[in-house]
Design a protein around this ligand. Structure first.
Ligand SMILES: [Zn+2]
Length: 254
């Protein structure tokens, strides 16, 4: 039996049999993999903590004919703060779902791993999870090879236009003259374009104090969700979960 060691974050799981779980792990060495965690639904199991959602650990894994199984794990960061807070949990689930939906199995990508890990650290302490989510979306799509063109018109290359549209299917902005190239293109403000440009070009640190007004937030959310839906033909279940939690927070005045 071959053994291997790898760092990995738990992206999700499903129950197997009476006491096991099949974990979806994201590893810098292996990409997205599945591994069974035996007995982790029983108390005091030694790999229980490392099999929690979003836990980041060093794993020792035994290769199996059909499915690998976890032999040992050593926690590096439990990310318990994300699991403790309902809103953080909802965003964490969304980030993990978007990553899973846009990543093929066993496709090693260290840049993507570092980016995802960093996002989880930021989510733990973020006060503006909505904006963190927009930055995550555009940067994730860019790393996955789907960078939206937000600097010049995707059709004619023109740079200046007073009225601009965004076409998810053409992959970027359309100037006023070209907006008839896509009937489903949505009108966006210069403020939204400049925010998209910043989110794409600047680092998380540089974007730390970015101030975005309510209207621009709504446009960013609409445009990025259309762009993601165009590239990922799978309905993301966690999007509605975030909306439901926001409604709850508004009702209870949080
Ligand atoms: Zn144009």
């Amino acid at each position: 039996m071959a053994l291997y060691k790898t760092d990995a974050i738990v992206l999700g799981y499903r129950n197997l049999g009476e006491a096991d779980k099949i974990l979806t792990l994201f590893s810098p060495d292996k990409g997205k993999i599945h591994a069974v965690a035996r007995g982790v639904r029983r108390p005091r199991n030694p790999i229980l903590a490392g099999s929690q959602l979003f836990s980041y650990s060093k794993f020792l894994i035994v290769e199996g004919r059909n499915l690998d199984s976890i032999s040992q794990c050593e926690i590096k960061e439990s990310f318990y703060k994300i699991r403790q807070d309902l809103e953080s949990m909802a965003y964490g689930l969304y980030f993990a779902e978007l990553l899973r939906a846009s990543t093929p199995m066993e496709d090693k990508n260290r840049e993507l791993f570092r980016f995802f890990l960093k996002t989880m650290y930021l989510l733990q302490d973020s006060e503006d999870k909505e904006i963190l989510s927009r930055i995550y979306e555009i940067k994730l799509m860019a790393i996955q090879g789907f960078t939206p063109e937000v600097f010049s018109c995707v059709n004619c290359g023109g740079k200046s236009s007073s009225r601009v549209y965004f076409s998810p299917s053409m992959g970027g902005i359309l100037c006023y003259n070209c907006n008839n190239k896509d009937k489903r293109a949505v009108s966006i403000t210069p403020d939204t374009i400049s925010t998209l440009q910043k989110m794409l070009m600047m680092t998380y640190e540089e974007l730390k104090s970015i101030d975005v007004n309510k209207y621009t937030r709504e446009q960013l959310s609409e445009v990025l969700s259309l762009f993601i839906s165009h590239h990922i033909d799978r309905k993301l279940k966690t999007v509605q979960f975030i909306k439901d939690i926001k409604k709850l927070n508004i009702k209870s005045g949080i």
